[in-house]
Design a protein. Structure first.
Length: 270
């Protein structure tokens, strides 16, 4: 199956009965891939196959996106984490590696905190601890994403995701600019869930070996959040991709994928 073919979803149910669509591909121990805010599983289409040499991959359409249910909010990163566990339970998976980027990284933090026995190894990409300790995007970025013209917002978001050189070489379509099928209430609920995330006090409870990754020119989630996360998670390792923006995992695909595969398969230190 190629990255451009749509895998048929299967379905689980969350604790509150919400239908959760998921896509399980490949062979081997599972790697859960968690997408950014207001995006469905297609966020990972450009790099998903890179992990199939060492892992199967499990993606979800988080509530509010894709083929999953779209109940009224509020949503939270803790609730999203519990939704991941509901999918793992439906598949009979006791524990998995977890790789979350952007808001998916916030969900991954919540998963490792709330359900430590379910997370074997943890990768956090282009994300932050949230709350007052996080380094937030600057006002110019917020203004660019609040423009009334949707086309202008899409252009601004594309520039936050990818460098001009990458865009010139890869003209799209891009998979990381949001799920166009999301209703307005679900978009608002995703935004609120991300904004209200604050894991600072709980990060030291993470027991899974952790790798933290970030693009060095990320203005959407500033890279100063990388050392903040690493300082709070025991034994966390880090890597910065100089010059990369928010979607470092695509722009630095070969290096980033290699780092993650090596981290997932390395012997665990005692």
């Amino acid at each position: 199956m190629t990255a451009h073919e749509r895998p048929a979803p299967a379905f689980a149910r969350a604790q509150d009965g919400t239908v959760l669509a998921y896509q399980h591909r490949g062979q081997g121990p599972p790697l859960v891939l968690l997408a950014g805010q207001a995006n469905d599983h297609h966020w990972w289409d450009g790099v998903r196959e890179d992990f199939h040499t060492v892992r199967s991959t499990l993606t979800l359409d988080m509530r509010g996106t894709g083929d999953s249910g779209k109940p009224q909010g509020p949503y939270s990163t803790g609730q999203f984490a519990d939704d991941v566990v509901a999918v793992l339970d439906a598949l009979g998976i006791t524990h998995a590696d977890v790789y979350g980027t952007s808001m998916g990284g916030r969900i991954a933090q919540s998963l490792a905190i709330r359900h430590p026995g379910r997370v074997r190894r943890l990768v956090l990409g282009c994300t932050s601890p949230g709350g007052p300790h996080a380094v937030e995007r600057d006002a110019s970025v917020r203004r660019s994403l609040a423009q009334p013209d949707p086309r202008a917002v899409r252009r601004a978001l594309t520039d936050l995701m990818y460098t001009p050189a990458w865009q010139a070489a890869h003209p799209g379509p891009y998979r990381t600019l949001g799920d166009p099928r999301m209703p307005a209430h679900a978009r608002r609920a995703h935004l609120l869930a991300s904004n209200e995330h604050d894991a600072w006090d709980h990060l030291p409870r993470i027991t899974a070996p952790t790798l933290v990754l970030h693009g060095g020119e990320d203005r959407l989630t500033p890279p100063d959040n990388l050392p903040l996360l690493a300082s709070r998670i025991p034994g966390a390792r880090t890597h910065l991709f100089p010059g990369a923006r928010h979607a470092y995992f695509e722009e630095c695909r070969e290096e980033a994928g290699g780092l993650v595969r090596a981290f997932l398969t390395a012997p665990r230190q005692q």
